[in-house]
Design a protein around this ligand. Structure first.
Ligand SMILES: *[C@@H]1O[C@H](CO)[C@@H](O)[C@H](O)[C@H]1NC(C)=O
Ligand SMILES: *[C@@H]1O[C@H](CO)[C@@H](O)[C@H](O)[C@H]1NC(C)=O
Ligand SMILES: *[C@@H]1O[C@H](CO)[C@@H](O)[C@H](O)[C@H]1NC(C)=O
Ligand SMILES: *[C@@H]1O[C@H](CO)[C@@H](O)[C@H](O)[C@H]1NC(C)=O
Ligand SMILES: *[C@@H]1O[C@H](CO)[C@@H](O)[C@H](O)[C@H]1NC(C)=O
Ligand SMILES: *[C@@H]1O[C@H](CO)[C@@H](O)[C@H](O)[C@H]1NC(C)=O
Ligand SMILES: *[C@@H]1O[C@H](CO)[C@@H](O)[C@H](O)[C@H]1NC(C)=O
Length: 451
């Protein structure tokens, strides 16, 4: 007899729930299973239709990695339904009722008779605090998977009607995605908590920018505060440190007619990991150290003044080593737009071209100067063609008077790279970075060829 597929939660309400099942034989088997399990393990990863999870009960994923239950964050006494790492029970990675806390311990999670997953409050008139939005009908079970994903299944099929991975909170786990689902028009994004004690949506969001080349943007409300730099085929161009952990946690960018997404997986045996956008506006990647029982930070962004979005203004160049001059300078062929501002070490007005370009009616005398070691500028409005060589890219950029700069879009093949990204608007958020790329900047011929 297999109990594994029919384990019930260890709670009196489970008995009431099973009594609604029609087949007597099944009922007997289930009751025996409950009895055995209450002795043997007392844990389950599943809630069947009609069953109830009350405050104090938990679901534990089959491999034991994740736990679902009610909790109060930090000093708060409010109750939330969430999923946390079993080894680190104050590390919550998903919250169902972020901005609808329960005020006491009367919460219940039910997969109700019409097959909808409902978090209610029994102290008052069966208030619905949260419900998953899928077409009800035939949902038979909700299961907490060992990936940390809570899925509602249609009958015994594997097809999920709803999953918590589609409604991220502030944490990206292996197997989750950021970006756009072209098919449904939906977007996956992370939103910080309001504070350590309050999981309601806070000031910061982290999204995948899907125009130009894919890159991850951190937002304070509607203002960009930090970007990772564009995807270069291997890692995000401004985060070279990802090379150190990409073997353990392979990064995955998918551009297809159905989706433009970023996600990552965990190699077999790799430690637990998570990416969080915290309420102070930092994105972090952490890794669990089982021996010290602590989370170690292996990435944080923004990490220095040059990561501050657009710090040096249009055509400005930020150098993290140049603290004494306020970090900001201009790219070759440009000088500070506001000379008095440069004196006060603030370059927010950006830089101005020293010598005008010469391009009209299909002829030009302009050329390109290579600026190396770059985190490439924001590609939001850049045009991209993955299918051309860098030489063709140069020719295209030269032939179009609006083109201000170009760079390779993909460095996987080594050398100077392939593919083409071209900027026709201001060059914004440029900085020096380890293993940075070449940016080819259009300049007047009078500026080219100087040493
Ligand atoms: C969380 O874990 C700590 C230490 O592992 C334990 O003392 C505490 O009781 C746990 N809290 C809950 C709510 O399970
Ligand atoms: C659920 O399963 C039933 C029968 O297997 C099927 O007819 C129905 O279309 C499925 N519903 C969804 C939303 O997948
Ligand atoms: C359901 O998923 C499990 C685990 O991913 C897999 O082993 C199994 O073959 C799947 N079953 C069907 C019918 O797709
Ligand atoms: C937020 O992240 C930063 C950078 O990793 C870290 O220094 C800080 O302690 C974090 N704050 C909280 C409240 O977790
Ligand atoms: C130049 O910068 C200074 C100091 O930041 C500012 O007061 C002034 O308005 C700026 N001038 C122009 C023309 O933007
Ligand atoms: C791209 O264009 C939009 C709309 O004109 C503008 O708001 C945005 O600032 C531009 N982004 C960059 C990086 O230039
Ligand atoms: C030149 O570049 C601009 C900006 O990317 C674009 O809108 C325009 O279509 C291009 N012109 C030609 C002739 O390709």
């Amino acid at each position: 007899m297999s109990c594994a597929v029919e384990r019930g939660i260890q709670h009196p309400s489970a008995m009431r729930a099973t009594s609604q099942l029609p087949a007597r034989l099944l009922l007997q088997r289930l009751l025996i299973c409950f009895f055995l399990l209450s002795i043997a393990a007392g844990v389950t990863d599943k809630l069947e239709r009609g069953q109830k999870l009350t405050d104090g009960d938990t679901l534990v994923s089959a491999g034991g990695s994740f736990t679902l239950g009610f909790f109060s964050p930090g000093a708060s006494t409010k109750r939330y339904l969430g999923i946390w790492f079993s080894v680190s029970n104050d590390t919550v990675c998903w919250v169902a009722n972020r901005d609808k806390p329960l005020l006491d311990k009367s919460g219940t999670l039910v997969l109700n008779d019409v097959g909808s997953l409902v978090l209610g409050d029994t102290s008052r008139r069966a208030r619905t605090v949260w419900s998953s939005n899928f077409l009800p009908a035939s949902a038979a079970a909700v299961q907490l998977l060992d990936s940390g994903n809570l899925v509602v299944r249609n009958g015994s099929s594997n097809a999920s009607l709803w999953q918590s991975f589609d409604q991220p909170s502030d944490t990206l786990l292996p197997g989750m995605k950021l970006g756009k689902n072209v098919w449904t028009g939906g977007e996956w994004q992370l939103t910080s908590w309001s504070s350590a004690d309050d999981p309601s949506p806070g000031d910061y969001r982290r999204t995948l920018q899907t125009t130009g080349l894919p890159e991850i943007i951190l937002w304070y409300h509607d203002v960009k505060t930090y970007r990772t730099g564009p995807w270069n085929g291997i890692y995000f161009n401004g985060v070279p440190e990802a090379r150190a952990y990409a073997g353990k946690y392979p990064l995955l960018v998918t551009s297809s007619p159905w989706e433009t997404t970023y996600g990552y997986t965990a190699a077999p045996g790799a430690p637990l990991t998570r990416v969080v956008v915290n309420h102070t506006g930092k994105a972090e990647r952490l890794e669990w150290d089982a021996s010290s029982r602590e989370w170690n930070r292996i990435f944080q962004g923004p990490r220095d003044p040059c990561d501050e979005y657009g710090k040096c203004g249009p055509f400005g160049l930020c150098d993290p080593e140049a603290a004494s001059s306020g970090f900001c300078g201009c790219v070759a062929g440009f000088s500070a737009a506001n000379t008095s501002a440069l004196v006060v070490k603030d370059n927010a007005d950006g830089c101005r071209r020293a010598a005008a370009l010469d391009c009209a009616g299909g002829t030009t005398t302009d050329g390109f100067k290579v600026v190396s070691g770059m985190k490439l500028p924001d590609t939001q409005n850049a045009s991209v063609d993955m299918g051309v060589t860098l030489e063709e890219c140069r020719a295209r950029c030269l032939a179009n008077c609006s083109c201000l700069a170009y760079a390779a879009a993909d460095i996987r093949g080594g050398g100077d790279g392939t593919g083409c990204v071209m900027w026709a608007y201001a060059i914004v958020d440029l900085r020096l970075v380890d293993r940075g790329q070449n940016l080819y900047l259009r300049l007047s011929k009078s500026e080219i060829g100087w040493p």
